[in-house]
Design a protein around this ligand. Structure first.
Ligand code: CP
Length: 300
């Protein structure tokens, strides 16, 4: 693995290797040493979890970071191209972790510089490091990645975490329920891929009454920032709210995941049920990102 750009680039054995390294890091069985290594975090969209968990991951391994948060106060404001910015940052750092509103930006970066590129989210396309921490969370809570029934609810159209996770779980025999308003349904290119792989999926509009057979319900925020027309957002906002009463008939192993941030799609009365896993999921992000950096830098 030279870069991490899309879940579609990873084979099941590479995913299992990464998850095994993640587990060993969490248990203290592997302690990667990133002394004298520097990660550049280039975030052209806001982030709390991804940026700070990568920063934490690097620092827990005795490495260091430089952070560009938006282009304000950088020479991009003087007209410097993205390619020149990347080539410059690559002179200072060992790995670039980048988030961009532009689909394909991370792939482009990987073609411009020699050091590893990690896609920390590119528009509505991919968020592979989130998918890997999601897989780690699923493995920890279910004991397996295989043959699980997974509901994905909310913004399936613009949700890059949804796209990456669906592609990843399709490698392990998952069956899906896609729960969304029609305006936010799963893109055709992903559904076509699933059909080609003989992966089963249903598309439904209602969350309530449709979760009792699931192992995992993955809830997402409706992404206001990706709507071209604010009126379209007004029509679908608040479409789904998971609350405690809706959990009365779920399976014992059932877990609710969410990449966060949430707005109103999971009521806070779910937080202290045994089914809520989203804050532990965020914690798993640090171990997973330690593993990603370590593997890409050849330290494990
Ligand atoms: N899950 C996730 O990508 O969160 P942030 O936008 O806060 O990084």
């Amino acid at each position: 693995m030279k870069n991490l750009i899309s879940m579609r680039d990873l084979k099941p054995e590479e995913i299992y290797h990464l998850l095994s390294v993640t587990e060993k890091i969490e248990k203290g069985e592997i302690i990667p040493d990133m002394q004298r290594k520097l990660a550049a975090l280039l975030f052209f969209e806001p982030s709390t979890r991804t940026m700070f968990s990568f920063d934490t991951a690097m620092k827990r391994m005795n490495g260091d970071t430089i952070i560009m948060s938006g282009t304000k106060n950088t020479s991009a404001k003087k007209g410097e191209s993205f390619a020149d910015t990347l080539q410059t940052i690559a002179q200072y750092s060992d790995i670039i972790i980048m988030r961009s509103p532009t689909e394909g930006a991370a792939r482009f970066a990987s073609e411009v510089v020699e050091i590893p590129i990690v896609n920390a989210g590119d528009g509505a396309n991919q968020h592979p490091t989130q998918a890997l921490l999601d897989l780690y969370s699923i493995l920890k809570t279910q004991g397996t990645l295989k043959n699980l029934k997974i509901g994905l609810a909310g913004d399936l159209r613009f949700g890059r975490t949804i796209h990456s996770l669906t592609q990843a779980m399709s490698l392990f025999g998952a069956e899906f329920k896609f729960i969304s308003p029609s305006f936010l349904q799963m893109p055709d290119y992903i559904k076509d891929d699933l059909t080609l792989q003989n992966v089963k999926f249903d598309e439904i509009r209602e969350m309530n009454g449709n979760i009792s057979d699931l192992d995992i319900l993955y809830v997402t925020r409706i992404q206001k920032e990706r709507f071209a027309d604010p009126e379209d957002y007004e029509k679908v906002k608040g479409s789904y709210v998971l609350n405690r009463d809706m959990l009365s008939h779920v399976k014992d192993n059932f877990k609710v995941l969410h990449p966060l941030p949430r707005v109103d799609e999971i009521n806070t009365d779910v937080d202290n049920t045994k089914y809520a896993y989203y804050f532990s999921q965020a914690k798993n992000g640090v171990y997973t990102r330690q593993a990603i950096i370590s593997i890409l830098l050849g330290e494990v």
